[in-house]
Design a protein around this ligand. Structure first.
Ligand code: DOR
Ligand code: ZN
Length: 353
């Protein structure tokens, strides 16, 4: 029998886009309600490339938490990342490790996704930074897709493993790596079976939907993210590893807000805004395969263990309750359409216990 409520250690989100300015203020409360901490992506414009910029961004995030939430006992700690460029010096890695604000460095292959134009053109340019990261134990978070336009968009992750990830790990066998938002059986198998210190985050959309969802009855821009949704066999492989109890796989929503009209457009932005219903969506995915008893470790234990941070001690509750996901939420200049908007879910997040 399924429980009518689920009480788990407060989770963290190990991959999140919070944006900046008014948009940050609009989206932060959704994440801070559910998650105690989040690995915050650095793909602002301009990107967060220095520790000093990361500290300033962390302060803006802290200031954006509504006082009413603080009064209700909600705390939120942003775990900052640096955006790796062809020019990142080893000194910047040392500064990151010497402070306690930056917890990882993010590799965006140049041109792979939103605001990745300042990303890495060739990892050969990053040897000094990667050597320091390997030596000092600072994790590298990877957007794992090749950018060659001749490679089919659905194959870019699998090709990245062979052409970039395996050679990178050969050169830096001790480098701690998080393969972000994995989407394929290839990535799930690779991370499960690899030697050394590697883990992967998995989004709710890649656990719940396959690529048919993008084209159901018409073109569905709110189902479009990068890496793009894949075939059903890949979704099933991701569910299998997420619910396997392996500590190498943990929660990372990749919640990526874009104002509605920038997605419903002739050239729509990539990104699913999952923050308002993130934990509910993971609960749906785990419940569907009878694995609710493994949700807590995936959401709340394996991430901090990999990042060498303490597990949270507070708890949150989800209740078994039918609800329809909101059509949209207000944001500066328009609205945000959440992932699963208009769909019926069987769970409702009810807050801190
Ligand atoms: O769908 C995505 N949106 N994938 C990314 O890698 C970036 C993100 C964003 O920043 O909007
Ligand atoms: Zn992302």
């Amino acid at each position: 029998m399924n429980p009518v409520e689920l009480t788990i250690t407060r989770p963290d989100d190990w991959h999140l886009h919070l944006r900046d300015g008014d948009m940050l203020h609009a989206v932060l409360p959704f994440t801070a309600r559910q998650f105690a901490r989040a690995i915050v992506m650095p793909n602002l414009q301009p990107p967060v490339t220095t520790v000093q910029q990361a500290q300033a961004y962390a302060a803006r995030i802290a200031a954006a938490l509504p006082p009413a939430m603080v009064e209700q006992g909600y705390s939120f700690q942003p775990l900052m990342t640096l955006y790796l460029t062809d020019q990142t010096p080893a000194d910047e890695i040392h500064r990151a490790v010497d402070g306690d604000v930056v917890h990882a460095v993010k590799l965006y292959p140049a041109g792979a996704t939103t605001h990745s134009d300042r990303g890495v053109t060739n990892l050969a340019h990053c040897t000094a930074a990667l050597e320091s990261m390997q030596r000092l134990g600072l994790p590298l978070c990877i957007h794992g897709e090749v950018t060659d336009s001749n490679v089919d968009v659905f194959d870019r992750e699998a090709v990245f493993i062979d052409q970039v990830l395996i050679p990178l790990r050969h050169r830096f066998p001790e480098l701690r790596i998080v393969f972000e938002h994995i989407t394929t059986r290839h990535a799930a198998d690779y991370v499960r079976d690899a030697d050394g210190s590697i883990a992967a985050t998995i989004t709710p959309q890649h656990l719940l939907y396959n690529r048919n969802s993008i084209f159901r009855g018409g073109l569905r821009p709110h189902m479009y993210c990068l890496p793009v949704l894949k075939r059903e066999e890949h979704r099933q492989a991701l569910v299998a590893v997420a619910t396997s109890g392996s500590p190498r796989f943990f929660l990372g929503t990749d919640s990526a807000p874009h104002e509605r009209t920038t997605k419903e457009s002739s050239c729509g932005c990539a990104g699913c805004f999952s923050a308002p219903v993130a934990l509910e969506l993971y609960a749906e995915a785990f419940e569907a395969v009878g694995a609710l008893d493994r949700l807590e470790a995936f959401s709340s234990f394996y991430g901090p263990d990999f990042y060498r941070l303490p597990r949270n001690t507070s708890t949150v509750r989800l209740q078994k309750a039918e609800r329809e996901v909101e059509a949209a939420f207000p944001c500066p200049g328009g609205s945000l359409v959440p992932l699963a908007s208009g769909e019926r879910l069987g769970w409702r997040f009810s807050g801190l216990v």
